[in-house]
Every structure is written in structure tokens, then in C-alpha cells.
Design a binder for this molecule. Structure first.
Ligand code: KG4
Ligand code: ZN
Length: 343
């Protein structure tokens, strides 16, 4: 079965063709058009994102079909991100997908963006299948989940304030590194001295027990405030930039590694799947892989292309949800995660 995926929930216009069947799936093509316009405003401007999607969605879909060597007639199912995300941006993809479905008679299925992030890694790595523990860290969300089977999701912890990617973006802006902050902070941190700034590890302390409300949860706002204070107190913030970035990144990594280890251990999993834009961070991947390996657990992390928003993961999740085709599809800024229960 060939699935055409369409993703427009934030600032990437993406389309992909995924071929699947019998539990296997592979991406035949994946086109991602990132919107540079937001760098000028140091953040995503929703109205500009919608307009950019409007211009790009048609050509991006055409290109994805061409790259896959497929015609519209070869598409068996159209999958589109329904939510969560920016409502105007989502509407562009959903409207386009509905039009395509009507014109071709091909069935349409709506996909939850975060469920799709869980599936993304499996396109690169066939071993990234349940049961596993998952850490999804993006610009809009930070979740720690247990996944006994596809469609069966147990929420262990989430952020109480900023998402991890959002914290990277805010610290990037504070350090005048541009938008998006994540890659720039990582680059700056590579040249930083880890001993110069020691920031707090929010919601991570000795004596926490598995039943505690903050055992798996994350929080980024206190750390961000600590970085703000350090910048204000610095006599030479420009010279301190790499050290500040390193101190911040080390604190984030310590927290994410510790909480992920706790989750994998509590659920007895030998596999951990990483997803979301922050999964691009090489220092995070290395620290997580090493800490997990020490306990006989493997890390499955997607390639950078499949970490950030892309339509291949949407098509893959659509393949799993193919039985839902025919149900009404509507863009929704907030959307319940299908199959998710609080653990
Ligand atoms: O998954 P994604 O493309 O979009 C959302 O669904 O939010 O994630 C984008 C986020 C941004 O906050 C960006 O700064 C962050 O992922 N990011 C990184 C890195 N690359 C992207 N954060 C830390 N280190 C990176 N190398
Ligand atoms: Zn995302």
C-alpha cells in the first residue's frame, strides 16, 4: 500500500510517500521545505506560516510523488496531520488533502502529530518497534511514554511549562544565537567549558520515589531563569556564550537522561525510542545511548531528517491508522492523543 503523507502543523511544509504492508514500511520519498521567514522574527509567526504553506503545499506534494516515481493513481491512502499545531497552518494541509481525496477518490485519514513522531524512528531503524519507552522532545511538546504496542500509549511524564525545544529556542534567543535556537546552542556548547556554569537540574533530586508526582515530569522554566540571571551577571556575555550554552545543555541532558533511565527501568523496557526535533542534538543522543547501554538497553534515534517535522512519519502513522479512513478529518489546534492513558 502506498501512503501519501502531508504535514503542515508548524513551519515545515512536507510531503512523503511511504510504501507499507505486513507490518513493514519504507519511505520512497520525503520532501521537507523549511520556512526561513521565521528566522527574521526569531520565532514562528503563525499567519506567515499559513501563507507559506499555501504557496508550497502543491509543489511539495508534486515533488514527493516525482521523487517516489509515483503518480497520484499509485496512491492508495492519503494521510494528513490533523493536529495538534497551529490552526491556520493545519488547515492548509487538511484542506489540500481533502481536495486531493475528493478529486482522486482515494481515502483520507487524519493523523495525530505526536503519534507520528513515535513512528518516525521505525522508518530508519526497523528495530524501533514496541515494546519500548519513548522520549519525544520537540519545540511544542516533551513527553515520556511507555509503548507496550502501537496504539497503546501510557503517559509517564510531561513538561509542566516549556517544551525542551522551546527552552533551547529561548536560550538561543537570550544568547543572541538566532532562531531556531537548538542547533545554534548545540554548536556554541561544543566550544564551552562545562565547569564554568553549573545550572540547576529541575525536578531531579535524590530521594524522589516512583510514586512522586515529579518523578518523571520535566520543567524548564527555572533553568531558563537561571540562565537569564547568569547572562545578566556576566561581565562579558559574548565571551561567556559558549560556556553558558554548555552549562544549559548539560543541565537539560542530565535531566532527560535520568528521567528516561527511570522510565525504562520502571517499565522494564530494553529499548528506548527518541523522537522530536531535539533528538537532533548529538550530545543528548551520545549521553542517552551511553547511559542506556550501561544497563543493557538500546537507544533508537531517528536521523535528523526524521527527527524534525516531516511527512514520512505522518504517512507511516497513517498506515497504522488506515482503518480510520472515512471518519471526518478536521484540523484541530488541540487534539487528544489516540490511545493515550495516564500511567
Ligand atoms: O519536532 P520539531 O521539528 O517541531 C515541533 O513539532 O516542535 O522540533 C523543533 C525543535 C525546535 O525547538 C528546535 O530548536 C529543536 O527542535 N532542535 C534542537 C536541535 N535541533 C532542533 N534542539 C536541540 N539541539 C538540536 N541540535
Ligand atoms: Zn513535531
Amino acid at each position: 500500500m502506498n501512503v501519501l503523507g502531508i504535514e503542515t502543523s508548524c513551519d515545515e511544509t512536507s510531503a512523503a510517500v511511504v510504501a507499507g504492508g505486513d507490518g513493514t514500511a519504507r519511505a520512497l520519498s520525503c520532501v521537507i521545505l523549511s520556512q526561513d521567514v521565521h528566522a527574521v522574527y526569531r520565532g514562528v509567526v503563525p499567519e506567515l506560516a499559513s501563507r507559506a504553506h499555501l504557496v508550497a503545499v502543491g509543489p511539495v506534494v508534486d515533488r514527493a510523488l516525482l521523487d517516489a516515481g509515483a503518480a497520484l493513481a499509485d496512491v492508495d491512502l492519503i494521510a494528513v496531520t490533523e493536529g495538534p499545531g497551529l490552526i491556520g497552518a493545519l488547515l492548509v494541509g487538511v484542506s489540500y488533502a481533502k481536495g486531493l481525496s475528493l478529486a482522486t477518490g482515494r481515502p483520507l485519514v487524519g493523523v495525530h502529530h505526536l503519534e507520528a513522531h513515535l513512528f518516525g524512528t521505525s522508518l530508519d531503524d526497523p528495530a524501533a518497534v514496541p515494546p519500548f519507552t519513548a522520549l519525544i522532545v520537540s519545540g511544542g511538546h516533551s513527553l515520556l511514554l511507555d509503548v507496550p504496542a502501537w496504539g497503546d500509549y501510557r503517559l509517564l511524564g510531561e513538561t509542566r511549562d516549556d517544551a525542551v525545544g522551546e527552552a533551547f529556542d529561548k536560550v538561543g534567543a537570550l544568547l543572541e544565537l538566532g532562531y531556531p535556537g537548538g542547533p545554534a546552542v548545540e554548536r556554541a556548547a561544543a566550544g564551552g567549558d562545562p565547569a564554568r556554569f553549573r545550572f540547576p537540574r529541575p525536578m531531579l533530586h535524590a530521594g524522589q520515589r516512583p510514586g512522586d508526582a515529579d518523578y518523571f515530569d520535566l520543567s524548564m522554566s527555572g533553568l531558563k531563569t537561571a540562565v537569564i540571571h547568569a547572562v545578566k551577571a556576566s561581565r562579558d556575555p559574548a565571551a561567556d556564550r559558549p560556556h553558558l550554552a554548555r552549562g544549559f545543555q548539560d543541565a537539560v541532558i542530565d535531566v532527560l537522561v535520568a528521567k528516561t533511565l527511570r522510565a525504562a527501568e520502571a517499565c522494564g523496557r530494553r529499548r528506548v525510542v527518541l523522537g522530536g526535533g531535539v533528538a537532533c542534538n548529538r550530545a543528548l543522543r551520545a549521553a542517552l545511548a551511553a547511559a542506556l547501554a550501561a544497563r543493557g538497553t538500546t537507544l533508537h534515534a531517528p536521523s535528523p531528517r526524521l527527527s524534525t517535522d516531516n511527512a514520512a512519519m505522518i504517512a507511516r502513522a497513517g498506515l497504522f491508522r488506515a482503518a480510520d479512513a472515512g471518519r471526518p478529518v478536521d484540523a484541530a489546534a488541540r487534539l487528544p492523543f489516540p490511545g493515550l492513558v495516564r500511567a
